[in-house]
Design a binder for this molecule. Structure first.
Ligand code: ADP
Length: 394
C-alpha cells in the first residue's frame, strides 16, 4: 500500500495524529487536538513546510476534532488508519485488523486500563464513522511484551487472581521498545540482547533478546517500575493499606497521589520536567538533585535486574524525551553499572543531536555498546499497519 497511514493516539481529552507517508522522501504531518470536552479545544500541528499552526476548535467532540484534523492533511488521503491502543490483554499479541469482534475484545480489556482503553475506543468509533471504507488497525502497547515467559509475568499471588481476573504483568511502551531494539539490531548487524530504557514522561525498561521482549519494568498497569514524571513507580505493596489505615486516605486519593503527584514532581517538590530539574540542580537545589539521583539509581537498578533475563548483553539503548536528550541522566545511570563493563565516551555522550541516532561508547571490541536511538512510535504503528494489510487478503 503506497498511501499514507493516519496514526491516531486518542486520549479522553486529546487526539495525537500523524500522517505517515510510505516513503521517507515525503513529509510527515503531525499534530494534536488538546482540551477536548473543555469547550475550548485547540488543534496544534506542523504542516508540510515545517510551519507550526494553532486553530481554536471551540466545543467539539472526537468526531468533529477528527474532521478538523482531516482538513489539515493538505488533501492527502490516508489508505488506512493505525490506532495506538494501550491494553490488549493476553489476546492481542500483534497488530490486528479492527472489526466489531476486536472492538468488543478491547472493551473487555478496559477493566485493566480504565483511563486509556475507553478513550482509545472513542477514537476507533470516530474514525470508523468518518471512514467506513478504510481499513483500521489496532496496534497495542502491550503486544510486544506478550513474549514474556511466566517467570517474568506472574506475580506471586494466588493463582485464581491470574486465572479468573487476568492479574499479571503486561508491560507497556511495547511499540517503542520494539522499534529501538530493532534499530539497535540493524545498526549493530546482529540479533542481539538489548536492555532498552524508554525515558519520557512515562518511563520503562525492557530486556529484548533476538527481537523478543523477555522482561520489562511495567506490570499490570503503567505505574510499576521506574520513577516517572508524576508516577511513583515501585513502592512497597503494603503502602496502600498503610495510607488507608493510618491517614484514612480513600483508594481514589491513593491512586491520584501515586499517579499524578509522585515521581520527579513529588521527590523534587518542583516539577516533573527533567529540563527544569536539571537547571534547578545546576543551582544546587536539593530537591532537584535528589529527584535526579533517585531517578537514575532506579533506572540502573532496573537495568541490572532485567539483565538476568538475557543470555548475553550486547548493549543498552536510551530513548524517549529524557533518554534521547539528557547526557546527565545517561552518564549517571551508566556510572552506577560499573560491573557491566560499559565504557561511556563522555564527548560522544555530550555531543548527541536531537532526533539523531548516536553511539556513545568508546567502541572497545567485545564490550556492550551504548546507543541513543530516537524512538518513532508513530512510524512503527504505520509500519505494522502496512505490514498487516499487506498480509491480509481484502
Ligand atoms: P512523553 O512520554 O509524554 O512522550 P517525552 O518522551 O517527550 O514525553 O519526554 C518528556 C520528558 O523529556 C520531559 O521530562 C522533558 O523535560 C524531557 N526532555 C526533553 N528534552 C530534554 C532535554 N534537552 N534535556 C533533558 N530532558 C529533556
Amino acid at each position: 500500500m503506497n498511501d499514507p497511514v493516519l496514526v491516531i493516539n486518542c486520549g479522553s481529552s486529546s487526539i495525537k495524529y500523524a500522517l505517515v507517508p510510505a516513503t521517507a522522501d515525503q513529509p510527515r504531518l503531525t499534530g494534536l487536538v488538546e482540551r477536548l470536552g473543555s469547550g475550548d479545544a485547540l488543534l496544534k500541528g506542523v504542516d508540510s513546510h515545517g510551519d507550526a499552526f494553532t486553530i481554536g476548535l471551540g466545543d467539539v467532540g472526537h468526531v468533529q476534532a477528527l474532521r478538523a484534523i482531516l482538513e489539515r492533511l493538505e488533501g492527502r488521503r490516508p489508505g488506512a488508519v493505525g490506532h495506538r491502543i494501550v491494553h490488549g490483554g493476553e489476546r492481542f499479541t500483534r497488530a490486528t485488523l479492527i472489526d466489531d469482534d476486536v472492538v468488543a475484545a478491547i472493551e473487555q480489556t478496559s477493566a485493566l486500563a480504565p483511563l486509556h482503553n475507553p478513550a482509545n475506543l472513542q477514537g476507533i468509533a470516530a474514525t470508523r464513522s468518518l471512514f467506513p471504507a478504510l481499513p483500521q488497525v489496532a496496534v497495542f502497547d502491550t503486544a510486544f511484551h506478550q513474549s514474556l515467559p511466566p517467570r517474568a509475568y506472574r506475580y506471586a499471588l494466588p493463582e485464581s487472581l491470574y486465572r479468573d481476573h487476568g492479574i499479571r504483568r503486561y508491560g507497556f511502551h511495547g511499540t517503542s521498545h520494539a522499534f529501538v531494539s530493532a534499530r539497535a539490531d540493524a545498526l549493530s548487524g546482529l540479533s542481539g540482547g538489548w536492555l532498552t530504557a524508554h525515558l519520557g514522561n512515562g518511563c520503562s525498561t525492557a530486556a529484548v533478546w533476538e527481537g523478543k521482549s523477555l522482561d520489562t519494568s511495567m506490570g499490570l498497569t503503567p505505574l510499576e517500575g521506574l520513577v516517572m514524571g508524576t508516577r511513583s513507580g515501585d513502592v512497597d505493596p503494603g503502602l496502600h493499606a498503610h495510607l488507608a489505615r493510618q491517614l484514612g486516605w480513600s483508594l481514589e486519593r491513593i491512586d491520584e497521589v501515586l499517579n499524578r503527584e509522585s515521581g520527579l514532581l513529588g521527590l523534587s517538590g518542583l516539577t516533573n520536567d527533567m529540563r527544569e530539574l536539571e537547571a534547578a540542580a545546576d543551582r544546587e537545589n536539593a530537591g532537584a538533585m535528589l529527584a535526579i539521583e533517585v531517578f537514575c539509581y532506579r533506572i540502573a537498578k532496573s537495568l541490572a535486574a532485567l539483565s538476568c533475563a538475557l543470555p548475553r548483553l550486547d548493549g543498552i539503548v536510551f530513548t524517549g524525551g529524557i533518554g534521547e536528550n539528557s547526557p546527565r541522566v545517561r552518564e549517571q545511570v551508566i556510572a552506577l553499572l560499573p560491573h557491566f563493563g560499559l565504557d561511556l565516551e563522555p564527548e560522544a555522550n555530550l555531543a548527541t543531536v536531537r532526533g539523531r541516532e548516536a553511539r556513545i561508547d568508546v567502541q572497545t571490541p567485545n564490550r556492550p555498546v551504548l546507543w541513543v536511538i530516537p524512538t518513532d512510535e508513530e512510524g512503527r504503528i504505520a509500519d505494522e499497519t502496512r505490514q498487516l494489510l499487506g498480509e491480509t487478503p481484502r
